[in-house]
Design a protein. Structure first.
Length: 549
């Protein structure tokens, strides 16, 4: 019995339609039909899925297929420099979205191009690579070009012309080379052109590719593509997918084993590692390489990361593959590019590195402008220019509905670990002064205002504790936060803020100062509210307070 008949028989035994099987696998109905008619052979990824789904070993389900047939999934013209990533995990919805967008009918005026956008290390290139391999049977030709700069792109175009056996003329310039390749693409159909790491979208405009004949897939860090391409923002991996990638890369699990094949404790540790690494695939791959090469346990790696983060983030691994740079090196390259494009934007990013990563109010950035090393004028236009530079590298995400920003926690970590201790302390102080400037006082406050800033107040509280910061704005911020918590009935948190303020006041002003006495009084009142009926716990608190505050 042939493969197509075995597949049809296995499907019918499960009482599944072709459409139902296609939905389970995440492929098109046409793909299942072509497999059963033996017009095409499933890619290796789908052969594994089919074997698992039907409970048949590959040597039974694909018994009649020769090795040449199994490897014939690549199109006749294939110019992809990297092998398939054996540890690629998840991203099923993303891959299907890419395929759908690239092949949806659209008017000639709309470019048949899609840009995968996201932060460095989020896995854009790996998604494009997996798409090229998985959907190779859809195309007659697939070409891959590096496009980070104009010179790199021209160099790859020259190699492509050699691959396509286009006659070379040494006396011709770059425009002639581009014209010949465009002519070839215009004469052929069903091609896919991948432009990897495109930084300047004007290059795509210069290429002016005949999109009606094929499709263009771009990877880029830019969050804006104009009219030149559709955009798909690639997000961090969910914790379960990140955990699976880590275990596969660390060789704790075989690539075809699911997450529930390991113990609950192992799952907990991998989820925690995925969480602290922010779901970035490059960081997870790097962590897996560290665990495999060092032979340490998951718990050991977590401890190393928490205690020696700077060194762990630098350690890419001996076998870095086609991405040899570590997570720290990769992000530092983005920071250097940002500094070159906009020094003021780099200052904004450094301030964000010491705040809570989510929902950073834009008015907080405005309040911090006087404290920046390269201050901006407090007007919307100049700040927008800084955000353009930040968004061109996906270093922040801007939420126009809430007028807030988001920065990835690993961007914060790498920025902070890249600073000298004196510079780190300087930015800690700037963050505290900034948050104090926007955090309302008791007379001019509404609960939504407080709630909007309180995550950043807590971030500053940790900075004050970590660095032993001691200056008036730090005291004022802690006092205002303590009053807020007291009014909201959150007495334990109020006590923590006020006790911290009291310790700093004793250093700054001494125990006989009015400021110190005022905070003592609040703590005494607070202790009475919290511990009524528990006099043994009240007395130690009151003993440390002045008799006549």
């Amino acid at each position: 019995m042939s493969f197509g008949k075995r597949l049809r028989e296995a499907r019918q035994k499960r009482h599944l339609s072709q459409a139902a099987l296609a939905k389970v696998l995440g492929v098109s109905l046409q793909s299942v039909g072509r497999w059963e008619r033996e017009e095409t052979v499933p890619q290796a990824h789908y052969r594994i899925q089919l074997s698992h789904f039907f409970g048949l070993t590959p040597d039974i389900l694909f018994a009649d297929l020769t090795p040449s047939a199994l490897s014939s999934a690549s199109p006749a013209l294939w110019s992809v420099p990297s092998p398939r990533n054996p540890y690629f995990t998840g991203r099923e919805e993303v891959l299907q979205s890419i395929h759908q967008i690239l092949h949806q009918p659209c008017p000639d005026a709309i470019p048949q191009a899609l840009a995968i956008s996201g932060l460095a290390g989020v896995g854009k290139t790996q998604v494009a690579l997996e798409y090229a391999y998985r959907f190779s049977s859809t195309y007659k030709a697939i070409f891959w070009l590096q496009a980070e700069t104009y010179d790199i792109l021209v160099s790859d175009l020259a190699r492509l012309s050699q691959f396509l056996q286009i006659p070379q003329f040494p006396d011709r310039d770059d425009r002639y080379l581009l014209k010949r390749i465009k002519h070839w693409l215009g004469q052929h159909t069903q091609w896919l052109l991948v432009l990897d790491n495109l930084a300047d979208f004007s290059l795509l405009m210069q290429l002016d590719l005949p999109s009606a004949n094929g499709t263009v897939l771009v990877t880029t860090r830019s969050q804006f593509t104009g009219k030149l391409a559709h955009r798909l923002d690639l997000q961090e991996m969910p914790e379960e997918e990140g955990s699976l990638l880590l275990l596969h890369r660390a060789k704790v699990l075989a690539v075809d084993q699911p997450l529930d094949a390991v113990s609950a404790e192992t799952q907990r540790l991998t989820r925690e590692i995925s969480h602290v690494l922010g779901g970035l695939p490059l960081a997870l791959d790097q962590a897996g390489a560290y665990i495999e090469e060092s032979g340490c346990s998951l718990a050991d790696y977590l401890q190393r990361y928490k205690q020696q983060r700077r060194y762990v983030l630098k350690q890419r691994g001996v076998l870095g593959g086609d991405h040899p740079n570590s997570m720290m090196e990769t992000l530092k390259l983005s920071f250097e590019q940002l500094e070159h494009r906009s020094p003021a934007a780099a200052e904004v990013l450094r301030l964000c590195a010491f705040l809570h990563p989510d929902d950073i109010p834009e008015e907080l950035i405005h309040a911090g402008l006087p404290y920046l090393g390269k201050p901006l004028d407090d007007n919307g236009y100049q700040l927008d220019q800084a955000f353009i530079a930040l968004r061109s590298l996906s270093l922040v995400a801007r939420q126009p509905e809430t007028h807030s920003l988001r920065i990835h926690s690993l961007v914060q970590a790498v920025l902070r670990e890249s600073m000298e201790p004196s510079v780190t302390r300087l930015w800690m102080e700037r963050a505290v002064r900034t948050v104090n400037a926007v955090f309302p006082d008791e007379e001019n406050a509404h609960w939504p205002q407080y709630d909007r800033y309180i995550p950043h107040v807590r971030a500053c509280q940790h900075l004050i504790e970590e660095a032993g910061l001691s200056f008036p704005e730090a005291v004022l911020l802690l006092q205002k936060a303590g009053s807020y918590m007291l009014k909201r009935g959150r007495a334990e948190e109020a006590k923590h803020f006020l006790s911290q303020a009291l310790a700093i006041q004793q250093t700054l002003y001494g125990p006989d100062s009015p400021e110190y006495a005022k905070t003592c009084k609040r703590l005494a009142t607070l202790s009475g509210q919290v511990y009524t009926g528990f006099n043994r716990r009240v007395r130690p608190t009151l003993r440390c307070l002045p008799r006549n505050p």
